[in-house]
Design a protein around this ligand. Structure first.
Ligand SMILES: *[C@@H]1O[C@H](CO)[C@@H](O)[C@H](O)[C@H]1NC(C)=O
Ligand SMILES: *[C@@H]1O[C@H](CO)[C@@H](O)[C@H](O)[C@H]1NC(C)=O
Ligand SMILES: *[C@@H]1O[C@H](CO)[C@@H](O)[C@H](O)[C@H]1NC(C)=O
Ligand SMILES: *[C@@H]1O[C@H](CO)[C@@H](O)[C@H](O)[C@H]1NC(C)=O
Ligand SMILES: *[C@@H]1O[C@H](CO)[C@@H](O)[C@H](O)[C@H]1NC(C)=O
Ligand SMILES: *[C@@H]1O[C@H](CO)[C@@H](O)[C@H](O)[C@H]1NC(C)=O
Ligand SMILES: *[C@@H]1O[C@H](CO)[C@@H](O)[C@H](O)[C@H]1NC(C)=O
Ligand SMILES: *[C@@H]1O[C@H](CO)[C@@H](O)[C@H](O)[C@H]1NC(C)=O
Ligand SMILES: *[C@@H]1O[C@H](CO)[C@@H](O)[C@H](O)[C@H]1NC(C)=O
Length: 543
């Protein structure tokens, strides 16, 4: 073979000639390649779109791509060429939004077929903040329909499959974002969390997430469930990216459209969460291990979680921290959720308010009742007790006030635990068992309710994997929560960073390690979610 032929053969075999490698890319690695001139915003965006186009069918994580993503990339390259100013923290960084964040440039559906054409006319404040910081919004991800459960199945998006195990769910409700970020379909993405919904997909996809203190980030312009429990936050492949994303989301500005933002203390406003990550240390810190948040009955589903947590605790102790067991019987997630979860009282009124806001255009139901009178939603095997109860409940039920008083009491009890045991943070597994299999009635065994009710911040970190099986060649990811007192995000991120330094836990799913040829697009391709893969267990409505 002559040199030219040899070269041609090599090029044909080479997976990609692009300089930029999207696989496990971080904000820092992307900025390095962009600012040293190795790549362009267009190439970065095309490389992620190429991955999505080739690989999304394995996991079905994407609801729709942003038709303007290439134009946004070209604008970004123009700014770079003009070189006439400072670049935002997320300049040129492709991100994915869970499809319950309002976007003026594409529908916001909650992954519900009845809302397929619901079109916000303004961006959610968080989305506006991403754009201001220079981010390129690649598209929207699937979620458990209207963010109500943790299976991540929906009438508009179908079933999202766990990237690590063909037989399992990706956690949820932000399961589309979790699966997409695990597969390197974007640098990072957003989620929302009413009970578990940022942390469960982080845990099930070997990722990091942050559930913020209630009030730190405005929830305006996000399809609501609960005034008391809703929060929004980032999911990413490293602590540093979670911290940068949080810095952009949590400007600390008061937002009249979400009055809990008035709670932010002056000293917290404008914090740069990414600047001092390495300043922390685990030496001398005290962690409380919540014994009630484990299932100690040995089984294939629970033992891997208990083993991974035991190894995490050993690592943290070896790094110089103290871990003390907290055996208080109030820390029983199932009891707390059945006594104090207030979604059922708040959901109907909150969603109706969203559906009736003047800034929402496009065809959409005008109330929660109208949505559930359609047959365009999936029903859970329980008969959807959660939704049917919410349709006959409101914040004027007498028992709502009792629950709110119970939440105040739980919040005080949690503070007492911190003070009495001199704790810096509480640790426990996000889920007592592995993330559930496809077709399951619910995402059982999760521990998110404590932070959800008390408005406490939590950083979720990868903790390990279960043993490999035929359907899960890398094992199933297991995640640990680090819960702190309100407004201690900076400290929690420093702790998570130190734990990240103790040894790499995260793995890329093996099928997602492949490099994909980067295509040159003239327009953003259409990605159609697979609704043909919905398990029979979840039929379309009526209630
Ligand atoms: C995804 O698409 C590729 C290429 O068309 C195909 O080879 C593969 O079997 C598909 N995978 C799934 C899970 O459908
Ligand atoms: C900087 O460059 C951009 C893109 O070329 C241009 O639109 C903008 O007006 C310039 N700004 C300044 C301050 O020159
Ligand atoms: C805060 O907003 C909620 C929901 O919109 C409303 O019910 C409540 O009355 C407001 N509280 C105050 C003190 O403004
Ligand atoms: C604990 O795990 C076992 C084995 O998987 C399961 O049968 C049991 O229902 C779990 N207990 C609770 C309270 O979830
Ligand atoms: C708390 O639980 C741990 C683990 O089950 C046990 O070793 C310890 O003795 C218990 N402590 C108290 C004070 O009951
Ligand atoms: C909502 O739509 C129903 C019919 O679908 C109609 O009867 C009702 O008046 C509408 N309500 C509002 C507030 O527009
Ligand atoms: C609220 O009150 C209604 C009417 O009494 C009742 O049907 C419903 O179950 C109550 N909701 C809750 C969550 O207890
Ligand atoms: C308040 O919390 C304490 C400790 O958890 C518990 O013993 C008490 O019963 C609770 N009181 C109410 C009114 O919920
Ligand atoms: C795609 O465009 C870039 C320039 O932006 C060029 O270097 C590359 O060769 C093109 N790739 C293909 C496959 O046409």
């Amino acid at each position: 073979m002559r040199i030219v032929e040899l070269l041609a053969a090599t090029l044909a075999l080479a997976p990609s000639t692009a300089a930029f490698d999207p696989l496990e890319a971080t904000i820092a690695s992307t900025h390095h390649d962009l600012y040293t001139g190795l790549t362009t915003c267009r190439e970065i965006v095309e490389s992620f779109i190429s991955r999505i186009e080739s690989l999304n069918n394995r996991t079905n994580a994407i609801i729709a791509l942003n038709p303007y993503a290439l134009e946004d990339a070209d604008d970004c390259d123009k700014k770079l060429a003009a070189n006439n100013g400072t670049y935002g923290r997320l300049f040129g960084i492709p991100i994915l939004l869970k499809d319950n964040f309002d976007t003026s440039f594409m529908p916001t559906t909650g992954a519900n077929a009845d809302m397929a054409h619901s079109q916000p006319t303004v961006d959610a404040p968080s989305v506006a903040a991403f754009k201001n910081a220079g981010a390129i919004i690649l598209g929207k991800t699937n979620l458990h329909e209207l963010a109500l459960e943790g299976i991540s199945v929906s009438s508009l998006g179908g079933q999202t499959i766990n990237p690590y195990d063909l037989m399992r769910t990706p956690g949820g409700s932000s399961g589309g974002t979790g699966a997409a970020i695990a597969a390197s379909f974007a640098v990072w993405g957003t989620g929302t969390d009413t009970v578990n919904s940022l942390r469960s997909p982080a845990s099930a996809n070997s990722l990091w997430s942050l559930r913020p203190t209630r009030g730190l980030i405005s929830r305006a312009g996000v399809i609501p469930i609960s005034y008391t429990q809703d929060t929004i936050g980032p999911i990413a492949r490293c602590v540093q990216d979670v911290a940068t994303a949080l810095t952009v989301m949590a400007e600390g500005k008061y937002d009249a459209d979400d009055n809990v933002t008035a709670l932010v203390p002056a000293g917290i406003k404008g914090t740069d969460y990414g600047s001092s990550l390495s300043a922390g240390s685990l030496k001398g810190l005290r962690f409380g291990l919540l014994e009630g948040f484990f299932n100690r009955t040995a089984s294939d589903e629970t033992t891997p979680v208990n083993d991974a947590m035991r190894m995490q605790v050993e690592k943290i102790r070896r790094a110089g921290a103290t871990v003390v067991p907290i055996n208080d019987t109030i820390y029983d997630a199932n009891k707390i959720i059945s006594a104090l979860d207030v979604q059922r009282y708040e959901y109907r009124e909150e969603l109706t308010k969203y559906l009736q806001k003047p800034l929402l255009s496009g065809i959409h139901p005008n109330s929660t009742e109208e949505l559930y009178a359609s047959d365009k939603f999936l029903v859970l095997p329980s008969g959807y007790e959660y939704v049917t109860t919410s349709l006959v409940s409101s914040t004027s039920n007498a028992s709502y006030d009792t629950a709110l008083a119970g939440i105040q009491n739980l919040t005080l009890a949690l503070q007492k635990t911190f003070v009495a045991s001199h704790l810096d943070a509480l640790i426990y597994p996000e889920q007592k068992n592995l993330v559930v299999k496809l077709g399951s009635p619910s995402q059982s065994g999760r521990n998110g309710i404590l932070a959800a009710l008390t408005g406490s911040p939590v950083v979720t970190v990868p903790a390990g994997f279960s043993p490999a099986t035929d359907t899960a060649p890398d094992g199933v990811p297991i995640g640990m929560e680090i819960l702190g007192r309100q407004w201690t995000e900076q400290k929690l991120l420093q702790i998570a960073y130190q734990i990240e330094q103790l040894g790499r836990v995260r793995k890329t799913p093996s099928w997602a390690r492949q490099r994909v040829n980067v295509r040159n697009y003239t327009s953003v391709p259409t990605i159609v979610p697979n609704v043909g893969n919905i398990p029979d267990e979840y039929p379309l409505g009526q209630l």
